[in-house]
Ligand binder design. Structure first.
Ligand SMILES: Nc1ncnc2c1ncn2[C@@H]1O[C@H](COP(=O)(O)OP(=O)(O)OP(=O)(O)O)[C@@H](O)[C@H]1O
Ligand SMILES: [Mg+2]
Length: 299
């Protein structure tokens, strides 16, 4: 059994994953994404930076901080039929909030009303359609960066002018969400395969509750309702190892977004669940299935 851990750098999460592999007698090769060179017109017999052919790996665990490196590496590996966690399809959907919304819509998962527009006038109409206050988000991004809550038409106009004048093309896709009134917290759940293994509340006085922005975590019981919703939502984006943001809206639970290379350093202690161990065990269960089952739905 040969595994690789593909990373940008070692975060506390990767240390925990390496320890969990170690506890199962496996020492993955650690591959840095900055060292990758792919011959795109050749196949999986070419050598990885670790000095063995890519085809030697039974599974490649992708944990890049760099979204673009992670996604393209998964595209290459899956196109060669190499088993990965997560798959390209899951990663590319989760990395983009607009594509995630579409996948959730197709699966009938409750979520905040969301719209998109691509020019200043049409984007203003898209924002008005979700109503004020609205939340504007870059379609790719994390840690709550560049999120804007706009309470009225004037604020929306100001944000759009900045995005279209100062931003590059990635800022010119305007994705707007209805602002959801939450009870001073939201829920972060961890899905492994078809199961919600644990969840935390993230409490914050600020409407952005990310722990990277100062939110504090405490255990959230996984009810059948929460488990079923999150498993369905995870499945809708291709499944795997995922973290979901869930809001307790006045109309019930809604799924805000899904992360495919989640951080979990603050969540094992309050939940008492060894998240890294569950992630590694999931990767190992994939080995009993043909690699094609993991990669065929991908490209
Ligand atoms: N529509 C909304 N209504 C109310 N609060 C929201 C809304 N969208 C986002 N938030 C708050 O902002 C936080 C960050 O939003 P979101 O998760 O969409 O962005 P992100 O930058 O991708 O964060 P992550 O690091 O989790 O990927 C949410 O966890 C939530 O607390
Ligand atoms: Mg989030």
């Amino acid at each position: 059994m040969r595994a690789a851990l593909l990373i940008t750098h070692v975060r506390p999460e990767e240390k925990l994953l390496l320890a969990a592999f170690g506890a199962r007698g496996i020492t993955p090769d650690v591959i840095l994404d900055r060292d990758l060179v792919f011959d795109l017109t050749a196949g999986p017999e070419q050598y990885a930076p670790s000095g063995v052919p890519w085809s030697a790996y039974d599974v490649v665990f992708e944990r890049c901080v760099s979204t673009s490196r992670g996604i393209y590496a998964l595209a290459v590996l899956n196109s060669w039929g190499i088993r990965t966690v997560n798959t390209y399809r899951t990663a590319v959907t989760c990395a983009d909030k607009l594509l995630t919304t579409l996948a959730l819509t197709r699966a009938g998962i409750p979520q905040p009303h969301a719209t998109a527009g691509f020019a200043e006038d049409s984007a203003m109409r898209a924002i008005a359609a979700v109503g004020y206050p609205a939340v504007l988000k870059p379609v790719t991004g994390s840690w709550g960066r560049l999120l804007a809550r706009v309470n009225d038409h004037d604020a929306a106009e100001a944000v759009l002018e900045h995005r279209f004048t100062l931003g590059d093309w990635t800022q010119h896709t305007i994705y707007a969400q209805q602002f959801v009134e939450k009870p001073g917290r939201d829920i972060r759940t961890f899905v492994v395969g078809n199961r919600t293994i644990c969840a935390v509340y993230r409490d914050s006085a600020h409407w952005i509750t990310n722990t990277a922005r100062g939110g504090t975590t405490s255990n959230c019981p996984v009810t059948d309702e929460l488990d079923e919703l999150c498993a369905r939502a995870a499945n809708a984006v291709g499944g795997g190892l995922l973290a979901l943001d869930v809001f307790e809206s006045p109309d019930g639970l809604v799924v805000n977004e899904i992360n495919h290379t989640m951080e979990f350093r603050n969540s094992s202690a309050p939940t008492g669940v060894d998240i890294a161990a569950a992630m590694v065990d999931y990767a190992l269960t994939l080995l009993s299935q043909p690699a094609a089952a993991n990669t065929e739905a991908t490209l």
